[in-house]
Design a protein around this ligand. Sequence first.
Ligand code: SAH
Length: 223
Amino acid sequence: MAYECSGGSNTDLVECLATKGLITSGRVKEAMLSVDRGHYSPTGPYEDRPQSIGHKATISAPHMHASACESLLGYLTPGAKVLDIGSGSGYLTHVLAELVKPDGVVIGVDHIQPLVDLARENMAKSPEGREMLESGAVKFVKADGRKGCPDEGPYDAIHVGAAAADHQEKLEQQLKAPGRMFIPVEKGYMQHIWIVDKDEEGKMKYTKDIGVQYVPLTDAPQY
Ligand code: SAH
């Protein structure tokens, strides 16, 4: 994927992504316009590329955040429950929370405590983000995301922001019927996004999507 968008502001970035067809949904465009990526990315926030946030983690490229939201969009309805595994900077967690307003809840899970703290700090930079933290519309939890967050589930939508070694049965169990998961899976050194659907009867369907490069979903580092 060539990085075609680089703007001087969040609005420039989002408008460029929409012009290039990297955002096609009006709802996703509105949500990304309302969350300033400058609050989440320490460098180059308005460029369409991943940026380091420390701890071997990156904030994903904006076109990947847009793609994840568009894939899950049918399940991102007012009041929906969403799980964001590998929440890192907290940016996507905030955008997802915009998409399930009002009454929706998004749980962001990361296994590195300083990143859990960073996500909260980043969200608290805007009045809307602070309000979401105070009301419980967004919660950040330190945990091994491979186990999900069963206490808060089941979920209409699950986003996984790090590449798993295989499909994650524990996460699939935490999907509602119907529900959808967006997950990068690494097989034979190649990572692809998989769209995992659970239908009303609980039957699973796995659809392989684009090739990607995510940081791996791993054991927590030992400090
Ligand atoms: N969506 C985030 C992506 C951050 S990079 C963003 O755009 O900002 C991937 C994140 O997955 C890292 O923060 C890393 O700490 C986290 N991660 C990796 N393995 C994990 C695991 N087993 N449980 C929870 N988080 C994990």
